[in-house]
Ligand binder design. Sequence first.
Ligand code: ASP
Length: 330
Amino acid sequence: MVVKREIVVLGMGGTIAGRASRASDNVGYVAGEVPVDVLVNECLAGSLDPMAWQVLCEQVVQKDSKDMVFDDWALLAQRVAHHLRRAEVAGVVVTHGTDTLEEGAYFLHLTIPQDLQQAKPLVMTCAMRPASALAPDGPQNLRDAVAAVQDGRAAGVVVVCGGEVHAATRVRKTHTYSTRAFASVGGGVLGYVEEGCVRWCDACATLLPGAGAHVLPERPARWPRVEVLLSYSEASADLIDALLAYQGPNGAVDGLVLAATGNGTVHSALEPALGNAQRRGVRVALVSRCADGALVGAGLEGRAFALGQVVSPYQARIALVLQLLTPSKP
Ligand code: ASP
């Protein structure tokens, strides 16, 4: 008897599940409308051998990803881990909006236990055009994501979009409209999906730094508050001062990510306020506002978020929230 293998598709919403009132409208739609099982039935019909594969769908949340909160990603991480632990599951696909996909992917990268990331593929996918479009990109992306699970060789969280496979640590949304909206910084794409086959160009079975570094508590009472600030010409310390003085319903600010110019340079007007923040126990993490490249060199120790690693301000924010919440594993 052939034992069927299972592919789990977890729905988070996004444009891939978006619906517009006119099929010709690629931008005026509502994200997160079409249930994930409907998407899967429409997109995968006839593409999988029913004797060998079965697909299980689960709607985790149904949102425009611009509105994702940490509770959503924590719930996603729980569901991913639950399914990856089941023996019959070959891998998990997550459908997610593009706008914060790199944040969601990074959250999973940092919180899904290493052994699970190593054992089975965890593939996120998305779309730039709604499901209702005349020529949607979601169905192909979903088929490619499923192909990447079937291929079985991926380790670590990957993102499949526009025929490319990106590592969660490298992926960035770089285009507002194109269906090739993602790029990999600091190392290039991991591979390509072509007619249901993955052509890997990198060591696909290697986990990248930080994988599974944080163990999530069951349900955090409060997520640490970390804000992202920028250094630019004529920057003023007023924003930092205002944040330090602010006491919101969820408490005060716990951390600041400063997207610095170039290789970690900061406007002189911000320096005293940042020092003040640190003295008051607020964690300050410096990254670069450049799209690519790591902070390098002496003088940045203790200030740079991850010296020598390519980290976006938004990734640094996710990592800092998790660091403040749970100490990372050695
Ligand atoms: N605003 C949408 C979202 O991120 C955009 C998309 O999915 O392409 O959910």
